[in-house]
Design a protein around this ligand. Structure first.
Ligand code: FCB
Length: 472
C-alpha cells in the first residue's frame, strides 16, 4: 500500500469542549449552565455523573497543552464556557473568567499550536434557559452580545472562530428527545430553537466581525448526517429526504443559501407555521462564512415506516421515549450493518467522504474542516499501565484516508480535529464512554496517551498516515 500523505499545510488538531473537561464549576465567578442543572437532576446522566470536576482541565491546562505539544499537534479546538464570561447570560464580562482563556491561548501560541475557539458547545447559562432558552428569540441577541465580548478579548490572538457546535443537538436533543440539557420534550420548541440558533449564528458572526481583525475566520460546526435510504423505493427516498431536511437543511439551508427548504415547511406544517421567522432573519443568518466545520461519526440509514411501528427513535446520544425528530413518525431508523463503536455507532468512513463531497458540490470554494471525528471504546490500561486501542487507530486511519481521498477528488479540506484529546464527560453517558486519544484515570486524573495518540501524533508530525498496524 502506498503511504497516505496530506498537503503540508493540512492542520492536525484535537478537539474538546468546556463542560466536558474544565471542572471548576464554581470558580472565578462561574454560575450554573443548563448542563450543570441537567447533570445534577437525578436520572439524567449515567451514574449521576456531572462535570463538577470533569478532568480538571481548568487547573491542568498547562499539562494538557504540553501533552499536545509533545505529540506534535498543530491545532486545538476548544469551547468557551459562556457562564464563566457572563454568569447571568447578559451584561458586562467577568474578566477572571476571560483570563483563563487568555492564559490557555497564550500557552497554546507559545507551543506553536493554533487555537480554534468554539463560542457555544451546548452550555447555555441557566438564567437564559429560565427566561425561555433557545425557543425564545431574545437568546439569539444575548449570544451576539457574548460573541462580541469574547471576540474583543481574544480576537487579537485567535484566528479561527466557530460560532456554534452542532446546533442540531442543542435543538433536537435539548428540546425534542430531552436526552440533553435542558431536557425538554416539545416538538414546536425544537423547531423554534433551531431557528433561533441559526439567528444566533448570524448575529454572532456579525458581532465577531465588528470587533475582530479582518484576517480572522468565522465558521460553524454542523453535525451533518450522511442520510442514506434503505432502498431506492420512492417511499424510502422520501423518508431520507425528510430526515435530511430536519438534520441538515434546517441549518445549512438558511446559513449557506439564505432559505429554509420548502419541503421542511411542508413536512412540519401540521406542527407550526414558522411565524417566528421574521422579516430580515434569513439575510442575517446568511452571513458569508470563511469556512465550514463538519463533525462526523456515523451515517443514518432510514426507510419509510410500515403501519405497525412506533416512530423514529435514533439520535445517537441517548434513548428517550420522545423522538428528537418532529413530524417524522412515518420514518424508521435502521442499524447499518457492520462493526460498531462502544456507542453502538456503525463505522463507515465512506460516510465522511460522501459528506465532504456533498459540501464541496453545494458550496464550492468554501474551505472545509473536519472539526470532530473519533470513536469511543472500552479502553483499559494493561499491567504496565499502557493503553492499547487498536480499534481507535483503525477508525482514525479509515476516516483520515477518506478525507485524503476527498482532497484528491478536489475537496478543499484544510484540517482535521480528532474528538477528543482526552477522555471526558460524554454528556448523558457520563464518564462511561471514552473518546480520548489520551486516557484519563478518573480517580487520580492522571493522563496516559493511548497508542492512538502516538499514532495520530506521528501522522501530525510527518503529514503521512502510519500503517494501521504500526505499534507504539
Ligand atoms: C459530538 C459532540 C461532542 C461529543 C461527540 C462524541 O456530537 O459535539 O461533544 O459528544 O459527539
Amino acid at each position: 500500500m502506498s503511504p497516505v500523505s496530506f498537503p503540508s499545510t493540512f492542520l492536525w488538531g484535537a478537539a474538546t469542549s468546556a463542560y466536558q473537561i474544565e471542572g471548576a464549576v464554581r470558580e472565578d465567578g462561574r454560575t450554573p449552565s443548563i448542563w450543570d442543572t441537567f447533570a445534577h437532576t437525578p436520572g439524567k446522566t449515567a451514574g449521576g455523573d456531572h462535570g463538577d470536576v470533569a478532568v480538571d482541565h481548568y487547573h491542568r491546562y498547562r499539562d494538557d497543552v504540553a501533552l499536545m505539544a509533545g505529540l506534535g499537534l498543530g491545532a486545538y479546538r476548544f469551547s468557551i464556557s459562556w457562564s464563566r464570561v457572563q454568569p447571568t447570560g447578559r451584561g458586562p464580562a467577568v474578566q477572571r473568567g476571560l483570563d483563563f482563556y487568555r492564559r490557555l491561548v497564550d500557552e497554546l501560541l507559545a507551543k506553536d499550536i493554533k487555537p480554534a475557539v468554539t463560542l457555544y458547545h451546548w452550555d447555555l447559562p441557566q438564567e437564559l434557559e429560565d427566561a425561555g432558552g433557545w425557543p425564545e428569540r431574545d437568546t439569539a441577541y444575548r449570544f451576539a452580545e457574548y460573541a462580541q465580548i469574547v471576540g474583543e478579548a481574544l480576537g487579537d490572538r485567535v484566528e479561527q472562530w466557530i460560532t456554534l457546535n452542532e446546533p442540531w443537538c442543542s435543538a433536537f436533543l435539548g428540546y425534542g428527545s430531552g436526552v440533553h440539557a435542558p431536557g425538554r420534550t416539545e416538538p414546536v420548541a425544537t423547531l423554534r430553537a433551531a431557528h433561533h440558533l441559526n439567528l444566533a449564528h448570524g448575529l454572532g458572526a456579525k458581532a465577531l466581525r465588528s470587533v475582530m481583525p479582518a484576517r480572522n475566520t468565522v465558521a460553524l460546526s454542523l453535525n451533518s448526517s450522511t442520510v442514506r435510504p434503505l432502498t431506492q423505493d420512492a417511499a424510502d427516498l422520501a423518508a431520507a429526504r425528510k430526515i435530511d431536511d430536519l438534520a441538515n437543511g434546517i441549518f445549512h439551508g438558511p446559513i449557506l443559501h439564505g432559505a429554509y427548504p420548502e419541503s421542511l415547511f411542508t413536512a412540519t406544517r401540521q406542527l407550526t407555521d414558522w411565524s417566528y421567522v421574521q422579516d430580515g432573519d434569513l439575510a442575517t443568518i446568511n452571513q458569508p462564512l470563511d469556512a465550514l466545520g463538519l463533525n462526523y461519526y456515523t451515517p443514518a440509514l432510514v426507510s419509510a415506516a410500515g403501519p405497525d411501528h412506533t416512530g423514529p427513535r435514533a439520535d445517537g446520544h441517548g434513548a428517550s421515549e420522545h423522538s428528537p425528530w418532529p413530524a417524522a413518525d412515518d420514518v424508521l431508523f435502521h442499524q447499518p450493518p457492520g462493526e460498531r463503536t462502544a456507542m453502538g455507532w456503525s463505522i463507515d468512513p465512506t460516510g465522511l467522504y460522501d459528506l465532504v463531497m456533498r459540501y464541496e458540490r453545494e458550496v464550492p470554494g468554501l474551505p472545509l474542516y473536519i472539526t470532530e471525528n473519533g470513536a469511543a471504546y472500552d479502553d483499559k490500561p494493561d499491567a504496565e499501565g499502557r493503553v492499547h486501542d487498536p480499534e481507535r487507530v483503525a477508525y482514525l486511519h479509515g476516516h483520515l484516508a477518506e478525507v485524503r481521498r476527498a482532497i484528491a477528488d478536489g475537496a478543499d479540506v484544510r484540517g482535521y480535529y480528532l474528538w477528543s484529546l482526552l477522555d471526558n464527560f460524554e454528556w448523558a453517558y457520563g464518564y462511561e464512554k471514552r473518546f480520548g486519544a489520551v486516557y484519563v484515570d478518573y480517580t487520580t486524573l492522571e493522563r496516559t496517551p493511548k497508542s492512538s495518540a502516538h499514532w495520530y501524533g506521528k501522522a501530525a508530525r510527518t503529514g503521512t498516515l502510519p500503517e494501521v498496524d504500526e505499534v507504539f
